[in-house]
Ligand binder design. Structure first.
Ligand SMILES: Nc1ncnc2c1ncn2[C@@H]1O[C@H](COP(=O)(O)OP(=O)(O)OP(=O)(O)O)[C@@H](O)[C@H]1O
Ligand SMILES: [Mg+2]
Length: 498
């Protein structure tokens, strides 16, 4: 006989205006297991997790905890049972310190009832130490990178002794070393008898860490099986209902002529003497270990980070990139991995977000032509297959992957000549990834130049015409064609050769 599950999800349904997010979903989670939850963007994963966290109430269906029927009316109810959640979209307060965020509302107190700052920093330092990171507990969250903020989210969830820890795409912003440390923590929780629900679009991670895999598709439960009985191909087939093939379009070659972008001797605090050329029709990949300057280079070329020395030419003309507006005026578009900070106005609708950087295109005699705007936005949202009940839907109500497609849509309308992508498919499912690869490829094929940073090396190699490998802020190698392999990139990135 099977032991009583830690948690049984029974016939849960949940609708939002215009969307049936979950339909009659049932499955069980056992104590001591890592249970992966996978499915395409918009499948309902985060919605189900928010029900377990007491954030949403189901329309129908129920939950059993160790055989007892329970109702979670608020996040406090859920926390009392020992359910802890790492949200997909960060929930940190940017102007507080790391330690304050981690122990918010459960700060250690001195005998006089005051916050015990020393104990607070010490406890946080210990938790950070378990993840082997060097983040300072007293640093302000707003000064941290996306990856560091993700680690703080994780530490915050670990600060409660959870019986069930829910991780909604915890690894999307982490590098392989950080993922390794996180997996170490997951193993320890498991050994203690806690259960972990792990959501990720990276199937290699799913197969590394999980015991059981549940697949959701369009709000419905497709299957729950032991990971050992499954293959990657089978999981993908269940997620998308079709075979995964032809992921990467054929590789493009530069079209020749004056380079679209030319950089000479670019240096700043993080970058050293960068020289590069980007031709029309080319996808230039920037590879390297996290923190070696790829991201900073991309940001400097969009005027987000300062350039201290060196020159930038666009179409053979010297340009000065002091602000993103300078870059946008030169026909440069930027898509980052931080949808909240750099890409989207979350409270505005899909239409407004898509139209925002494109007001010039829609204004005639200073009047915004709403008719045009609506027609073009509607069309692009359809081409991009953004899953939304309508173009007026506030972006914050879309699933993570659909938010990313909205950012892409807004840039596609402005027809930029140079596109800079930083982690363009972060948190995006396989099906949508393939669509985005096709779009990037199409843009380059039509004569744009693409500069791309991605920590997914297969993706970078699959798309790029040429790859520059950065190490310690300098270009360590340029690899093209058959010479660009996972191995050659890693050798250059780690400095093993040369
Ligand atoms: N608060 C909300 N209001 C309206 N619609 C919502 C809300 N939250 C989610 N949805 C919709 O419900 C569906 C399921 O979304 P959910 O965020 O659960 O997907 P997901 O599986 O987590 O996707 P992703 O992998 O992209 O994060 C989507 O169509 C989404 O747009
Ligand atoms: Mg989600």
């Amino acid at each position: 006989m099977m032991p009583t599950p830690l948690l049984s999800i029974e016939n849960i349904s949940k609708s939002f205006p215009g969307v049936r997010a979950l339909m009659d979903v049932s499955f069980a989670v056992q104590a001591g297991e890592v249970h992966a939850l996978v499915g395409e963007n918009g499948a309902g994963k985060s919605t189900l997790m928010k029900i377990l966290a007491g954030v949403y109430q189901p329309d129908s269906g129920g939950l059993h905890w160790q055989g007892q029927s329970i109702q979670l009316r608020s996040p406090a109810d859920s926390q009392r049972l020992g359910i802890s959640i790492i949200y997909q979209e960060f929930n940190l307060l940017p102007d507080l310190t790391v330690a304050e965020n981690v122990l918010l509302n459960r700060e250690p107190r001195t005998r006089l009832g005051l916050v015990d700052w020393r104990a607070l920093n010490e406890r946080t330092r210990q938790l950070l130490h378990d993840l082997e990171t060097d983040i300072d507990p007293q640093a302000l969250v707003q000064d941290l990178s996306v990856a560091q903020q993700q680690i703080v989210e994780i530490v915050k969830a670990l600060a409660i002794d959870a019986r069930l820890l829910i991780m909604d795409e915890p690894t999307a912003a982490l590098n392989p070393t950080e993922v390794g440390h996180l997996f170490g923590v997951i193993e320890r929780l498991k050994a203690r008898g806690s259960a972990v629900i792990f959501i990720s679009h990276r199937l290699d991670e799913v197969f590394t860490i999980s015991d059981t895999v549940t697949v959701l598709k369009d709000g419905q439960h497709i299957s729950t099986s032991p990971a050992a009985d499954l293959t990657r191909e089978e999981v993908v087939r269940r997620m998308v209902g079709r075979q995964l093939q032809d992921i990467f379009p054929p590789r493009l070659q530069a079209q020749g002529g004056t380079p679209l972008l030319e950089v000479h001797g670019l240096s700043n605090d993080r970058l050293r003497d960068i020289n590069l050329q980007l031709q029309a029709g080319e996808i230039l990949g920037l590879a390297g270990l996290e923190g070696h300057g790829q991201r900073e280079l991309a940001r400097a070329l969009f005027g987000i980070e300062p350039i201290h020395r060196g020159t930038v030419q666009i179409d053979g003309q010297r340009v000065y990139l002091r602000h993103p507006e300078d870059a946008m005026r030169q026909g440069v578009a930027f898509l980052s991995d931080d949808r909240k900070m750099e890409g989207l106005a979350l409270t505005l609708g899909v239409r407004e977000n898509v139209a925002l950087p494109n007001l010039n295109r829609f204004s005639r005699f200073m009047m915004v032509q709403h008719e045009d705007e609506r027609a073009v936005c509607g069309q692009i949202v359809e081409t991009m297959a953004v899953k939304t009940p309508g173009i007026e839907q506030p972006v914050r109500l879309l699933s993570g992957g659909n938010q990313q497609k909205t950012v892409l849509s807004k840039w596609l309308i402005s027809q930029p000549r140079i596109l800079i992508f930083v982690e363009p498919t972060r948190g995006i499912d396989v099906g949508a990834k393939v669509e985005i690869y096709r779009l990037i490829h199409q843009l380059a094929h039509d004569g744009a130049g693409v500069l791309m940073v991605s920590s997914d090396l297969l993706e970078l190699l699959g798309l790029s015409s040429r790859v520059l490998v950065l190490r310690e802020g300098a270009i360590a190698a340029e690899l093209a064609g058959a010479a660009a392999t996972e191995e050659s990139v890693m050798l250059a990135a780690t400095g093993v050769h040369g």
